[in-house]
Design a protein around this ligand. Structure first.
Ligand code: ADP
Length: 499
């Protein structure tokens, strides 16, 4: 498959685009400006559809709808059980339409259809059922007081939540954001990534069919500096959640603080170490490290993008990592068995090729790939660099593409120091069966997720987020609920403290 011809033979996506407008107050509507923008097929760069381009005025309309739905609508007032049932019905509807949703996701994003259909959509369904389970279990507590007071702590929804998501897992990011916000009873204005607006519109329609009241979830397609910035700076938005790059995260935080000091959660970039110890079964280690980096075309914020390999197994690992990359099946993502589709767009494609050049220029040894695949679309050869040094750009900066960097180390303390010597702290991987080594590493690594003998395990109940410049706050799991709850202490004087 991994030939120029294979990436240029295209399969017609088995789905039609149905929704291209903005979703405001339960209705699909055009942008106030009437403007649209094209969303492209990453296999070819051709236009899939033109989508309404939301900007500040549409954000105003969407926030007004969300505000009204929060202040006056049924959503925060209905029983938690009823909210839970709507989320469960939504999950059932998505299950019915699994394959269409997956096809839309693959068409717009370029990821293998088998992964959309068997991983991403099922994970979104699982997430909705997980948060449906939480909806009626979110409650406060009564705490003891020193004086004659009865003290209750109430957990309330925050209000209107703004959410800005990226293009690498359009549906999963949608679910990570809306799940906890809805379970807690908030209303939402969500801006999708300009590269991948289609799948969120489709599933949001299903959520309304499941009974979501109008105005509770508003979806704006559009660009970051216009629609995104308007949402981050809006005075009527009570909380903002963002997943994307670290530079954009800094802008978002600034916009939030300059406007109304809305609390912000950020899930940002990474440069995660994947540490292969000397007791490793090299074949298994190669497979895991390959998955940790190449999964989703390398477009994962937590990608294991610094593969640290112990010197005792280094030579064997490098040979086998090269062989594995050369075997990786790149092709049309709708074709069965394809492991890697195109990168998301021209910008990312050029950026990744720039990093590959930088790797070669800085003296790393290119052992596989190194160029584009085919002459159309954004396919890149699975690329592996050996002999990478910590100070090289490819070892410090997030590449967000199918480029593995292998670094050699000789002892545990050294690898801890080097793995932690990054501004990022999103994830880390460990491959070892030595219990003491694993325990030392998992405690020493400064990362929000540590995967031991596995990688990229994204169950709904597992919290996900970063240390350091990889962000703050957690998505998924019960910790995510904290992002979307306001805490109220109610102190009541007791007339008769004896009772
Ligand atoms: P990437 O570089 O991978 O596209 P970004 O962090 O730029 O990552 O994008 C993630 C999300 O942030 C997208 O929805 C994008 O539109 C949005 N975004 C980009 N720039 C801004 C901005 N200045 N203000 C608000 N949102 C933005």
């Amino acid at each position: 498959f991994s030939t120029a011809a294979a990436v240029e033979e295209h399969i017609t996506p088995p789905v039609d685009v149905q929704h291209t407008q903005l979703l405001i107050n339960g209705q699909f509507v055009d942008a106030a400006s009437g403007k649209t923008f094209p969303t492209l097929d990453p296999r070819t760069g051709d236009v899939i559809a033109c989508v309404a381009e939301g900007d500040a005025e549409d954000i105003n309309r969407a926030v007004a709808a969300a505000r009204k739905a929060f202040d006056e609508g049924p959503w925060p007032r209905m029983t938690a059980y009823e909210r839970s049932r709507i989320l469960l019905r939504f999950a059932d509807l998505m299950e019915k339409h699994n394959d269409e949703i997956a096809a839309l996701e693959t068409w717009d994003n370029g990821k293998p259809y088998e992964q959309s259909a068997n991983i991403e959509v099922p994970m979104l369904i699982r997430l909705m059922r997980y948060y449906a389970g939480w909806a009626d279990k979110i409650h406060g507590l009564v705490v003891p007081a020193d004086g004659p007071h009865h003290v209750q702590v109430l957990h309330e929804p925050i209000g209107v939540v703004g959410q800005i998501i990226p293009w690498n897992f359009p549906l999963l990011m949608f679910g990570w954001k809306i799940g906890p916000a809805l379970a807690c009873g908030n209303t939402i204005v969500l801006k999708t990534a300009e590269q991948t607006p289609l799948s969120a519109l489709y599933v949001s329609k299903l959520l309304h069919e499941a009974g979501l009241p109008e105005g509770v979830l508003n979806i704006i397609s559009g660009f970051g500096p216009t629609a995104g910035a308007a949402l981050a700076s809006h005075m009527e938005v009570d909380k903002l959640a963002f997943t994307g790059s670290t530079p954009t995260g800094k802008i978002i935080l600034e916009l939030a603080s300059r406007s109304n000091l809305k609390p912000v959660t950020l899930e940002l970039g990474g440069k995660s170490p994947m540490i292969i110890m000397d007791d490793a079964d090299v074949d298994q280690a190669v497979e895991l490290a390959h998955f940790a980096l190449f999964f989703n075309q390398g477009q994962c914020c937590c990608a294991g993008s610094r593969t640290f390999v112990h010197e005792r197994v280094y030579d064997e690992f490098v040979e086998k990592a090269k062989a594995r990359a050369l075997k990786r099946i790149v092709g049309d993502p709708f074709r069965q068995g394809v492991e890697q589709g195109p990168q998301i767009d021209e910008d990312q494609f050029r950026k990744i090729l720039g990093y590959i050049k930088s790797g070669t220029d800085s003296g790393a040894t290119l052992i596989a790939g190194g160029d584009r695949l085919g002459s159309k679309g954004y396919f890149i050869q699975p690329t592996v660099f050996a002999d990478v040094k910590d100070e090289m750009k490819i070892a410090r900066e997030e590449i967000f593409g199918p480029v593995q960097s292998i670094l050699k180390f000789s002892d545990l303390n050294e690898v801890i120091r080097r793995a932690n010597a990054s501004h990022y702290g999103l994830a880390a991987g460990i491959f070892s069966n030595n219990m003491d080594t694993v325990n030392t590493l998992m405690r020493a690594l400064r990362a929000g997720s540590v995967f031991v003998n596995c990688f990229d395990v994204f169950d709904a109940a597992i919290p996900f987020g970063g240390y350091k410049m990889s962000g703050h706050g957690r998505d998924k799991g019960m910790d995510s609920l904290k992002n979307y709850s306001q805490i109220k202490a109610v102190v009541t004087a007791l007339k008769n403290p004896a009772w």
